[in-house]
Design a protein around this ligand. Structure first.
Ligand code: RNT
Ligand code: ZN
Length: 419
């Protein structure tokens, strides 16, 4: 390690210690938190199951930066590059359409064996795995409805897909020795004002109950349900709204997934965690950055990210909450997008540990809001960068922007060759 990094760390360590914060202990805690990095940033949510299928479901990726992965091998290579630049041991979040198989299978036919290559790879790399059924980008979702479709045949197709996805999740959990979080998100909704808002929700409730009928050991698979406010083409009504899934998750003991881009613009995920933690089985986060809409920009170290992390750390919710990322930007280097977003998530957690929370709680309890504000503001300038640099160095990943040269090199050697 560079001497200066150690020197800066020691100085910062002393300063934090004077506020009762043990930075060595903080880094031990930080090391334990796994971030589930989403595979779909690597290829613009295309997947490998049906090459001619365009992205649907009311989500959208913009940009044409060269280098999108075209095969599972390429995607794994890109992921390896990204993980090598991110401190800590983490997870990979797969979507069903990323099956790695020579067989021609439809979504209602997927089996664990179509994902064995991912599992073998994850084991070698020491990564956990999460999973998602893909209820979009398929002819059977073309009219905008899946699990809540009025046509039973179409509903059954998607129910079968989700049931099989759960079995893939269970398989991932058994193989990797850590629970797989299988997350259910469906795009179902209406562009214009519906007459009947209730019946599609009843159908969705029934479909979900059918999907979750089989008991699966939670040490292998955990189910999460993800709500949404609106999508492109479902501006007026989304069947799986927040209230729907909050009710569903609470009554069925499912994890409730909160995506930062799925709420009204002045609503924040950070302000929902404490409430949900009181009543729910647990939470899954889709940390994202909505810019004016659910745009899924790369996560930056902004106020809301810091606040989400602070909630998790302050209330000890890092075990009850599974942290996943969900963004897809095709206008910049995709490996860099992963590295920036994931490093930011970890930085935000680190920042949260480096706040004198106990002191602040006392000030708040005593009604001393002056001290609360003063300390919170002063701590924004504390030398957390020195702690972060030291963490990266001890984890054998590049310090500060050093990783960028590595990504640029990779782009030149590998990514631009993909045309
Ligand atoms: C869509 C949801 C969902 C997807 C991924 C690809 O608005 O956020 O989580 O982004 O499943
Ligand atoms: Zn999401």
């Amino acid at each position: 390690m560079h001497k200066q990094i150690k020197r800066d760390y020691d100085a910062a360590k002393e300063l934090y210690a004077s506020h009762g914060i043990d930075t060595d202990e903080v880094l031990e805690q930080l090391k334990k938190i796994k971030i589930s990095m989403h595979c779909w940033q690597g290829d613009d949510v295309n997947g490998f199951m049906n090459k001619d299928q365009v992205l649907t479901g009311g989500i959208s990726v913009t940009g044409n930066y060269p280098g999108a992965a075209r095969t599972p091998e390429e995607l794994r290579l890109d992921l390896e590059k990204a993980y090598s630049l991110i401190p800590g041991k983490h997870k990979l979040n797969l979507h069903a359409i990323y099956a790695d198989t020579e067989e021609k299978v439809d979504l209602d036919e997927i089996e664990p064996r179509h994902y064995t290559k991912w599992v073998e790879w994850a084991k070698v790399k020491g990564l956990g795995l999460d999973f998602n059924p893909t209820c979009f980008s398929h002819p059977k979702s073309d009219d905008g409805f899946t699990l809540s479709h009025p046509d039973k045949e179409i509903r059954d197709f998607w129910i079968e897909h989700c049931k099989r996805s759960r079995k893939v999740g269970e398989y991932f959990g058994k193989e990797t020795g850590q629970p797989c979080v299988t997350n259910y998100w469906i795009p179902d909704g209406f562009k214009d004002i519906p007459v009947d808002r209730l019946t599609p929700r009843k159908r969705l409730e029934e479909s979900l109950d059918e999907i979750f009928k089989e008991e699966i050991d939670p040490q292998y698979n955990l189910d999460a349900v993800e709500s949404k406010l609106f999508g492109i083409g479902s501006e007026s009504y989304v069947v799986g709204s927040h209230e729907f899934y909050m009710g569903y998750g609470l009554t069925r003991n499912k994890l409730i997934c909160l995506d930062s881009g799925h709420f009204h613009p002045t609503e924040t995920v950070s302000n929902k965690l404490s409430s949900l933690s009181l009543f729910s089985e647990g939470m899954l986060l889709h940390v994202s950055r909505p810019v004016r809409w659910d745009s899924d920009h790369v996560v930056t170290l902004d106020d809301e990210l810091l606040e989400i992390a602070r909630e998790l750390v302050t209330h000890n919710l890092t075990e009850k909450t599974h942290i996943g990322l969900d963004f897809f930007d095709a206008s910049i280097n995709r490996v860099a997008a992963w590295v920036i977003g994931t490093r930011n998530m970890i930085k935000a957690l680190l920042r949260a540990y480096l706040i004198p929370t106990e002191k602040l709680k006392v000030a708040e309890l005593e009604g001393d809001f002056t001290t609360r504000l003063a300390l919170m503001e002063e701590f924004k300038m504390y030398p957390f960068g020195a702690i972060w640099d030291y963490y990266c160095a001890t984890q054998n990943v590049p310090v500060r922007e050093e990783w960028l040269a590595d990504v640029k090199e990779y782009e030149k050697k590998v990514l631009v060759e993909r045309v």
